[in-house]
Design a protein around this ligand. Structure first.
Ligand SMILES: Nc1ncnc2c1ncn2[C@@H]1O[C@H](COP(=O)(O)OP(=O)(O)OP(=O)(O)O)[C@@H](O)[C@H]1O
Length: 264
């Protein structure tokens, strides 16, 4: 097991946002976290890397490779973030500074994490860009000269550059058309197979859950209401809320899935 979240609660002054959440991720799996807007998925993902807003407080344990990330000091967090746990966000445009080239972003990211040789940093960057299907010329481009899909590929390359063990992908395809979204997830899948990293995949899209996830958890109002093996949950959901969510996803009727998976 790479990540074990135990009895995690997150509160603001006004309300409980996460309520006694427990979740375990196995090494190398693709774990989907599904739930309606506002159910607490992003807050959960931010808590893992201690990235919560200062007005929120967390209680419980988040065991990542034997360390409780909730009690890590700033210097330990620096060691873990990027190198062990990486984030890819929905708002990839916000992850890039407009008047700095893609190359400068790669240079800076590695410098912060202790890669001291500029030439090595450039070689790493070009290799990483190529690994997500972007050639050397993108190194000198500015973010606004890339399409949405190309920029999201770049943010995947950047996030995976230091070979993190856990990648938290928070609605990374929401801003993309469906073909670009599919390409992005294929890239992520290939990178996962290549590096063996674990993926916590936050999404609204049940098609992506069906295609990529190994296991999943369903969140409602800050609680996990159901979790388990993907095929099992999709073909035989136990909780009323899961049934409603699946029924509301037009392309994914349980019976169709069962036929496709050979269950029926
Ligand atoms: N810093 C904050 N202070 C107070 N409330 C917050 C804060 N951040 C998030 N919340 C609240 O916590 C709840 C869960 O938010 P969160 O962003 O985790 O939902 P989500 O499931 O990721 O939604 P979406 O799918 O729309 O991204 C929401 O009601 C949100 O308004």
């Amino acid at each position: 097991m790479i990540l074990s979240i135990e009895k995690l609660s997150v509160r603001s002054k006004e309300k409980n946002i996460l309520d006694n959440v427990s979740l375990q991720l196995e090494k190398g799996e693709w774990y989907a976290l599904v739930g309606q807007s506002g159910s607490g998925k992003s807050v959960l993902s931010q808590t893992i890397g201690q990235m919560l807003s200062p007005n929120l407080t967390a209680e419980g344990k988040i065991n990542f490779n034997g360390e409780n990330t909730l009690s890590l000091r700033r210097s330990d967090l620096k060691r873990i973030r990027g190198q062990k746990i990486a984030y890819i966000f929905q708002d990839y445009q916000g992850s890039f500074t407009p008047f700095r080239t893609i190359g400068q972003h790669f240079q800076e990211y590695q410098k912060v994490h202790g890669v001291n040789d500029r030439i090595v940093r450039k070689d790493n960057a070009i290799q990483a860009l190529e690994s997500v299907g972007l050639d050397e010329k993108f190194y000198k481009r500015y973010p606004f000269q890339l399409s949405g899909g190309q920029l999201q590929r770049t943010s995947i390359a950047l996030s995976l550059l230091l070979s993190p063990e856990l990648v938290i992908a928070d609605e990374i395809t929401t801003a993309l058309d469906s073909i670009s979204a599919h390409r992005i997830l294929q890239v992520l899948k290939e990178k996962q197979q290549e590096t063996g990293c674990t993926i916590l995949f936050i999404t609204h899209d049940w098609r992506h859950v069906r295609k990529y996830a190994d296991r999943l958890a369903v969140m409602k109002e800050g609680k996990i209401v159901e979790c388990g093996d993907k095929t099992k949950v999709l073909t035989n959901p136990q909780h009323e809320y899961t049934k409603q969510l699946i029924a509301a996803a037009p392309v994914l009727k349980a019976s169709e899935l069962a036929v496709k998976e050979g269950v029926l």
